[in-house]
Design a protein around this ligand. Structure first.
Ligand code: NAD
Ligand code: UDP
Length: 340
């Protein structure tokens, strides 16, 4: 069993990964500045698992804070979630994204090197493929140019990590390219808690269903897809969390830098999501069609064979479970973590 430092561990994917890590017997130290989360998520993780988390409030851009963490704790590996993730915001304030996601990451990697910790799992994204390749997207395809600054920061960090592993064979790095994480822990105790108007489809759908928003805008219905609406590869956040454990086990045994797609390999359209959500949960989700959103592609889904073959990972939860669990979380927490 290992001591794992989880940056950004109070967030959506981080909190679910903490549950899986603790359940697997690892010790977890969360380092998070709470700019997009609250400690409530970690308290709930502790309740769910009946295990303790060491929480350190801090910022990955602060070298001294990180150095102290590594001095005070014996860390075996790092799972690095911390960063900003709002695509629209990244177009308006790119420097904040370069600072948090790129400079923050290099500061973390420097602290790791100083402490002689070389095992890392990094949260990347399918956005690094750019928008020119046809789906299914494979890790053997060259990365492209993401069409927003958020995606660009993921590409830069991936490239830095590849160079780092080339230069120093002690590093063992997993680049996990997430497709579209949705769902929530089946207990409904932890889930996605976006601030303000959600950018992503699933929290928007659940907020319409609960009556917080009037209707869903479906961005474009003239794409070359099954029903004209955009197709994506939705992955249950608990399956995604599980992929981090598998990647960690793989990396603790091997060196170098390797990328894995983490998706189900199935694409669903926006309309299919909305209709299935209604059917499964017996709740109305009114919608209207609106213009295409800038930068969106028609279809994006994974070839996940590499992760299946090499990580021994397999997504276990289908679309219905994703939609049921998203709704369960929303219903139990209409105001997210703020209701407590
Ligand atoms: P999230 O915002 O819920 O979690 C990110 C966490 O990082 C938050 O708790 C936030 O407070 C913390 N954080 C941000 N900047 C920090 C800093 N400078 N120092 C310390 N902590 C900081 O987001 P999430 O959905 O859980 O995403 C986790 C990671 O996965 C992010 O790197 C994100 O870019 C990546 N990712 C997410 C998606 C998605 O759709 N959710 C898709 C692909 C990749
Ligand atoms: N989408 C939509 N309405 C919304 C949010 C998203 O129609 O309010 C569509 C979007 O155009 C895309 C899909 O839902 O086809 C998934 O979008 P999301 O922002 O969740 O993830 P992305 O794949 O863009 O990262």
């Amino acid at each position: 069993m290992a001591n794992i430092l989880v940056t950004g561990g109070a967030g959506f994917i981080g909190s679910h990964t903490c549950v899986e890590l603790l359940d697997a017997g690892h010790d977890v130290i969360v380092f998070d500045n709470l700019c997009n989360s609250s400690v409530e998520s970690l308290q709930r993780v502790e309740q769910l698992t009946q295990k303790n988390i060491i929480f350190i409030e801090g910022d990955i851009r602060k070298q001294q804070q990180l150095d102290e963490v590594f001095q005070q704790h014996q860390i075996d590996a790092v799972i690095h979630f911390a960063g900003l993730k709002a695509v629209g915001e990244s177009q308006k304030i790119p420097l904040a994204y370069f600072d948090n996601n790129v400079a923050g990451s290099t500061t973390l990697f420097k602290a790791m090197e100083k402490a002689q910790v070389f095992t890392l799992v990094f949260s990347s994204s399918a956005t690094v493929y750019g928008d020119t390749h046809p789906s299914p997207l494979k890790e053997t395809m060259p990365t492209g140019m993401p069409n927003n600054n958020y995606g660009y920061t993921k590409l830069i960090v991936e490239q830095m990590l590849e160079k780092l592993a080339e230069a120093d064979a002690r590093w063992s790095i997993a680049l996990l390219r997430y497709f579209n994480p949705v769902g929530a822990h089946e207990s409904g105790e932890i889930g996605e808690d976006p601030q303000g108007i959600p950018n992503n489809l699933m929290p928007y759908v659940t907020q319409v269903a609960i009556g917080k928003r009037e209707k869903l805008s479906i961005f474009g219905h003239d794409y070359d897809t099954v029903d004209g609406t955009g197709v994506r590869d939705y992955i249950h956040v608990v399956d995604l969390a599980d992929a981090h454990l598998c990647a960690l086990n793989n990396r603790l045994k091997d060196t170098g830098c390797r990328a894995w797609n983490i998706g189900t390999g199935n694409g669903f359209s926006v309309l299919q999501i909305r209709n299935t959500f209604q059917d499964i949960n017996q709740v109305d989700v009114p919608f209207e069609y609106s213009a295409r959103r800038e930068g969106d592609v028609a279809t994006c889904f994974a070839d996940n064979q590499r992760a299946l073959d090499e990580l021994g990972w397999q997504p276990k939860r289908g679309l219905k479970e994703m939609l049921k669990d998203s709704w369960n979380w929303q219903k139990k927490n209409p105001q997210g973590y703020r209701s407590t």
